[in-house]
Design a binder for this molecule. Structure first.
Ligand code: RB5
Length: 144
């Protein structure tokens, strides 16, 4: 069965979200679109919380969020226990967010990456495993 990956965006991330959904399907995943469903102005926490809640509850292993800078989505998602939402603006940052930080939510700064970059960042994040070892100790120390 295909892995379900919830995905959410505000108006600034809407267009790239639509493209990432296609790519997720092409790669054999099942995107679960939690909105927004148009380019009309909206509020990023309304989409960050539903995606992060699914990761927090363990109904899914990982999710994807997009807004203009990525920052608002990351602030909101990271309020959820066990969520590590990483803003990635290059494929290498996405790779390190997985390998070193075990990021379980990818956040894309839709106004600061091209569509091609966004797709490459998504692929890097999806395909990189957590390295564990010394990084596991550090990740465990994140919770205050
Ligand atoms: C929307 O204009 C913008 O503020 C939002 O997408 C995001 O960048 C917030 O962090």
């Amino acid at each position: 069965m295909a892995e379900v990956i919830p995905i959410g965006a505000d108006h600034a991330g809407f267009a790239l979200k639509e493209r990432l959904k296609q790519e997720l399907r092409k790669l054999g995943y099942e995107p679960l679109d939690l909105g927004t469903h148009s380019a009309d102005s909206t509020d990023y926490p309304d989409y960050a919380h539903p995606v992060a809640a699914q990761v927090e509850q363990g109904t899914v292993g990982r999710g994807v969020l997009l807004c203009g800078t990525g920052l608002g989505m990351a602030y909101a998602a990271n309020r959820h226990h066990g969520v590590r939402a990483a803003v990635a603006w290059t494929p290498e940052v996405a790779r390190l967010a997985r390998a070193h930080n075990d990021a379980n939510i990818l956040v894309l700064p839709a106004r600061f990456v091209t569509e091609a970059d966004g797709l490459e960042i998504l692929r890097a994040w999806l395909s990189t495993p957590f390295e564990g070892g010394r990084h596991a100790r550090r990740v465990q120390k994140i919770e205050p």
